[in-house]
Design a binder for this molecule. Structure first.
Ligand SMILES: Nc1ncnc2c1ncn2[C@@H]1O[C@H](COP(=O)(O)OP(=O)(O)OP(=O)(O)O)[C@@H](O)[C@H]1O
Ligand SMILES: [Mg+2]
Length: 340
């Protein structure tokens, strides 16, 4: 079956959603069975979670779901529903810059989902909530997931199928939510080499200036499409990108000085963070700064959205249990270590 590809922003370009064949198949499976728990997807920043959610919206629309996609933090939404009121409620809420906090927007999703079932008697609904835990705060994450679960378990009216997916790059939310059995937690990784190559080819066709070869870009990004966008925006100036990452992630001299020896070991082998007896504070800082993904799931494809990362790839900074979000993140740390 051919699938309509979502149109996405990529720096200043518009691209079609590429690859992620397995991730697409999984959305069809969710649509057929419904998600009996909210699915919470976590993964490195910029790995393509939002893009996949937007692709999911297209698929679910074709499967005759009433779809609500919302990113409360960035105040973006997309709906596929014949119920005008749902669309206008979101438009108004988004336009009301002061009155509608991200938290209220997140709550509005739950309210309107229940209204879709109760008032409008819709039978197939899909809620796709992006970066919601950053938007509402980690303290509210559990209650929010419980509210989503209640929509599935105690609906105001019987339904055929409900699909609920929430995405997050917040490093700690998975553990907070994982304490309860309220969600089905699934990791997602950067793009596979094949998928990344496809995206790279599409981008390189559209730029007039020469760009580094695929292998170089793969080794820098580890398949992270946002890092590709960052390199593209910086006109492939790697030093500039590394500096931007160091600044935005708080990889300061003080931070590196404080953990110098530990960091040097984790740069060499990310699994050191799991296997050695480093302080908890050091580990938490690396997770909090979104530099690494800690305690990776086994590579059983059933557990992952789309393709799991390799079992181990030292060149990309992927260990068995811990991985640098991208090689560029590792490089940013490496450079500050060298400067000291
Ligand atoms: N499969 C894909 N095909 C084409 N473009 C993609 C794909 N996946 C991601 N992109 C593009 O790469 C960039 C980063 O992806 P996206 O914003 O989806 O990542 P994310 O995981 O949601 O990031 P964040 O953690 O910052 O929210 C975006 O410009 C997006 O449009
Ligand atoms: Mg996102």
């Amino acid at each position: 079956m051919s699938v309509t590809r979502a149109k996405l922003r990529f720096a200043d370009l518009e691209v079609e959603f590429v690859d992620r064949d397995r991730g697409i198949k999984q959305v069809y499976e969710f649509a057929e069975r419904g998600t009996w728990h909210p699915v919470v997807v976590f993964g490195p920043e910029g790995c393509g979670k939002s893009a996949w959610l937007r692709q999911a919206a297209e698929i679910l629309k074709e499967m005759e779901f009433d779809v609500i996609y919302i990113d409360p933090l960035r105040k973006e939404f997309a709906t596929h529903t014949s119920i005008e009121e749902v669309v206008s409620r979101f438009s108004e809420a988004i336009a009301n810059a002061t009155g509608f906090t991200p938290l209220k927007l997140a709550d509005l999703v739950v309210y309107l989902a229940n209204q879709l079932l109760k008032k409008w008697k819709r039978k197939r609904i899909a809620l796709l909530v992006d970066e919601v835990f950053q938007a509402i705060g980690l303290d509210r994450a559990e209650a929010y997931v419980k509210a989503l679960l209640n929509t599935i378990e105690y609906p105001p009216e019987p339904y055929e199928k409900i699909v609920i997916i929430a995405a997050t790059s917040e490093g700690f939310s998975r553990w907070r939510i994982g304490r309860h059995r309220w969600a089905w937690i699934m990791p997602m990784w950067n793009m596979s080499k094949k998928g990344f190559e496809e995206l790279y080819n599409r981008i390189s066709k559209r730029v007039s200036s020469p760009i580094p070869d695929l292998d170089t870009v793969w080794k820098l990004t580890g398949g992270n499409p946002d890092m590709l966008a960052l390199l593209y925006r910086a006109k492939w100036n790697i030093d500039k990108v590394v500096e931007v990452i160091a600044k935005s992630k708080g990889i300061t001299k003080d931070f590196v000085k404080k953990w110098h020896q530990h960091l040097a070991e984790v740069v060499e082998d990310p699994d050191a963070l799991m296997e050695k007896d480093f302080s908890k504070q050091f580990r938490n800082e690396l997770i909090e700064k979104n530099l690494v993904v800690y305690d990776l799931y086994s590579r059983d494809p059933e557990l992952w959205v789309d393709e799991p990362p390799p079992e181990k790839d030292p060149e990309l900074g992927v260990g068995k249990y811990v991985a640098w979000q991208t090689p560029l993140h590792r490089e940013a740390v490496k450079r500050v270590i060298k400067e000291l």
